[in-house]
Write a protein that binds this ligand. Sequence first.
Ligand code: HEM
Length: 499
Amino acid sequence: MALFTVPVVAGAVLVATVVWIVTRLRSADAAVPGPAFSLFSSLPLKFHEFCGNRTRYVHSLHLRYGSVVRLAPGEVAFASLPALKEIYMSNGSGYDKTAFYHLFRQYSTPTMFSTLDKQTHSKRRRILADRYANSNVVKAEALDGIRERASRFAAVAKTSQTLDIYIALHSYAFDGVTHHLFHPFGSNALQDEADERIMREVSFDNSLARRLLEYYYPSGLPGKVADLLGLLPPARSIPRAKQIVLDAVDATLLNASDEKTAGGPRAADFTLLARLQDPALGLTRMQMAAECMDHMAAGIETTGDVLCWLMWQISLPAFQGVQDRLFAELQANRDPSKYDSLPYLNAVLKEGLRMFPSIPMSLPRHVPEGGRVIDGTWLPGGTIVSCQPYTMHRFDQDVFPRPDEFEPDRWLDTTPEQDAEMNRRFFAFSNGGRGCLGKHLAMAEMKLLLRDVYMQFQTVLTDEAKAADMSMADQIISARPKDQTCKLKFIPRGKTEAA
Ligand code: HEM
């Protein structure tokens, strides 16, 4: 018993603390610039994560400490091109993802996105890649469905005159992605209230704090305590979204296998579901559903948020000239097949993605065993490293002068060298073998929507939109406008109105 006297316990604690401090001071990340507390504690970083403010916090650290910064013990962020190439592109798909991505399992089933290791991931990606190749996205049956939905959006705007674009654009993105995932079982949220409710389930999810607790404290105790104290919003609950995916999977599987229903509707050839149900792949019903669910969520929030921020930006009084130039370009190129070869439309969209990447925050990866030198900094295996699109698009002001200004012309009035430098740092869709698979689909959806809107309308902010907080609220990996509302007035071209 004498072994556990107060002085002995206090002495042991003191020795352990000294050993821990010395270990931290001698660790590799001690040599990395960053706030002193980040060498000993991850609490400040977590605090910002729980407040939905991680992206801006990390960016502020880069502005203060430079292109490499220690965020927490064993976690380092980079904002340079050599680091981006090493972390995300070395050997094709860069370093393995961290366990953070387990948060993205669907129906408790792993998906391509939530897979951590390269080998398993690349097997799945090889199977799915052709669905999202540009040649598949622009097939008549695939693209016509997106075109139809863009016209539907413009028709709704014409009738309503004032539209909450946060809702309408997320409905559009939902309809567009489900068309590509499982036509003819896609949604019609732009016109059908029941489908709009499904979109709302996904887009208005408020489970950030709960999911972060799940990641950091898998034992569940802090989550349970916070719940008992009533500190947490409800858990992520998306029953309708889960059901629409399962219904599509089941219908297409049944119609493929049951003689009585054979001849009934099945997923169209260009869709993701048509690929997944190929018996040669041997995927289970839940594996198919999980993959579709993941792409559906990826397609709703990202595309909807970028379009919302971009249309808000060019509806501000100072940016009406951007709309005039878009209108002139679109009028001169009315042939719908030209949507992808319009320089000004392309520059406006690219600048929107640069300023408002809807996945703006760190994409975490593990340094491989044995350690690596990243842009001149050696870090041991297991260190969490990342770059974030928000900072890659702003940090190097020789490449992106006036980084917080919306200037589409930076993509046009430029030298080939400067253009190449900007493109190398363009990280909205990430890069390498784990970069965005849906990029071509997303670009087609966004260009077709902007084409249909700005060929017909001038958009201006309503008083409600002027009052709305459009600042970035981080979610688990994406971000959205804080107030989740943005009411715009759609004025048919020809009728003028002072902005
Ligand atoms: C503006 C729209 C979009 C943006 C900005 C965007 C951005 C990104 C980014 C940054 C990643 C990498 C994330 C990471 O490594 O953690 C990613 C991955 C992915 N995105 Fe997108 N995305 C968009 C639209 C879409 C759409 C429409 C789809 C499909 C329907 C899609 C499907 C995917 C998939 C499946 C992955 C995982 C790829 C893999 O693990 O190999 N995305 N996206």
